[in-house]
Design a protein around this ligand. Structure first.
Ligand SMILES: *Cc1c(COP(=O)(O)O)cnc(C)c1O
Length: 402
């Protein structure tokens, strides 16, 4: 097990905070009762679950009754989308964006085969939406608008409340995938236009296998999973008690650390980004640099492959990510960067570094130290080096030979 790596892949998953582990452990060992049981042994577990729900609600500025636990962010997205459609069977139109997480995009794609019409809003070169396009797409037939708060690949933040005001004019349900925003941006559901909001434990220093869906009081919700009456009949199945307790603690800690941690992360991120841009020729930042998560930078290193950069970083024990779905060996670049209309030269050589409150100055120094030579080495091997036309031709040939 490698556990001394420089972990800059926090948008993929995060380390569980030791305080979170400490509070959840007793619910795996001694307090294993069922929170729905009538006896005191189960009842005390039920009480702990209620406390955890209060902690999570407090972070969101929500009421406890508006929280439904799920198994992950993906389930939250699926449940919200299905529920919104079931609640308004007469409406057959959905609006989303081209840059959503697959947990939203793939549900929408399936719904298209089931008689729904889906509008996929485009983004500009900075990854931002055009609110006029949204306005023009909304109709009385629009059941649901599902748009992410912040993009997992670039960190670009969408103007959620401005979007929500427009959505409300048309009476559609507004769902927001806030998996990347929670814990990084202050949220207050009391003053928000959002009807449903998805979050996930493992993206905010909680464990994997737990998430939550915020459902505004008064929003008609039809459950996705049927069975017992847990979660007020909105999500059946015995509660994942240790993970729920953990998520409560994780939420409390996120709220506690939010301001100080994001200020620190932004400074480290900016130093990393500015130094790499100053020391490495032909690289660009992808995404909206003004409306952006404080922990994320996505940088395109022209003329080389992101996967090759990752492999070399990995040799130094540095974990980062490329936006592309290249794990299968295909040359298919990230759908997010493609939607932004980035040139071919940048599309393939883009790397995401995502920081967290555990990231240190020394770790950032190390990345700044090794990156220039990594890029130089790969560019030296690249037959086309700084020749854009030649590089393009090579990529096209590679694609043709697949
Ligand atoms: C990680 C992520 C998800 C999926 O959450 P899981 O808990 O891993 O299922 C959904 N949306 C976004 C934006 C994410 O980053």
């Amino acid at each position: 097990m490698q556990n001394n790596c420089i972990y800059l892949d926090n948008n993929a998953t995060t380390r569980v905070d030791p305080e979170v582990i400490e509070v959840m452990l007793p619910y795996l060992t001694d307090y294993y009762g069922n929170p729905s049981s009538m006896h005191t042994f189960g009842g005390q577990v039920g009480k702990a679950v209620r406390t955890a729900r209060e902690q999570l609600a407090a972070m969101l500025g929500a009421d406890e009754s508006e929280i439904v636990y799920t198994s992950c962010g993906t389930e939250g997205d699926n449940a919200a989308i299905r529920a919104a459609l079931l609640a308004q069977p007469e409406k057959r139109h959905i609006i989303t964006t081209q840059v959503e997480h697959p947990a939203v995009l793939n549900v929408c794609k399936q719904l298209e085969t089931q008689g729904y019409t889906v509008t996929y809003l485009s983004v500009n070169h900075q990854g931002q939406l055009d609110l006029d396009e949204l306005e023009a797409s909304l109709t009385g037939n629009t059941a649901l608008v599902t748009i992410m708060y912040a993009n997992n690949e670039t960190g670009t933040i969408f103007p959620i409340e401005q979007i929500g005001l427009r959505v409300k004019e048309y009476g559609a349900i507004f769902h927001v995938d806030a998996v990347q925003a929670v814990g990084k941006i202050p949220l207050n559901m009391k003053t928000s236009t959002v009807d449903m909001l998805t979050l996930s434990g493992h993206k905010l220093h909680g464990p994997k296998g737990i998430g939550a869906l915020y459902i505004r009081r008064g929003v008609r919700f039809r459950p996705f999973i049927l069975g017992g009456h847990q979660e007020r009949g909105r999500r059946a199945g015995t509660e994942n008690v240790p993970a729920i307790i953990a998520l409560g603690k994780a939420a409390e800690l996120e709220l506690l650390h939010l301001e100080e941690a994001t200020t620190r992360e932004r400074k480290l991120r900016d130093r990393l980004e500015q130094t790499l841009l100053a020391t490495i020729p032909n690289c660009v930042v992808n995404g909206d640099v003004t409306q952006r998560l404080p922990n994320t930078t996505n940088i395109g290193f022209k003329y080389i492959e992101g996967e090759a950069i990752l492999l070399l970083l990995n040799k130094y024990g540095i974990c980062a990510s490329s936006g592309s779905a290249c794990t299968s060996g295909s040359l298919e670049p990230s759908h997010v960067l493609r939607a932004m209309g980035l040139p071919y030269t940048t599309l393939h050589g883009s790397i995401r570094f995502s920081l967290c409150r555990y990231t240190t100055e020394a770790e950032i120094d190390r990345v700044i130290e090794v990156m220039p030579s990594i890029v130089e080495r790969l560019r030296a091997l690249s037959p086309f080096k700084n020749d854009e036309a030649g590089w393009l031709q090579g990529q096209e040939q590679a694609l043709a030979h697949r």
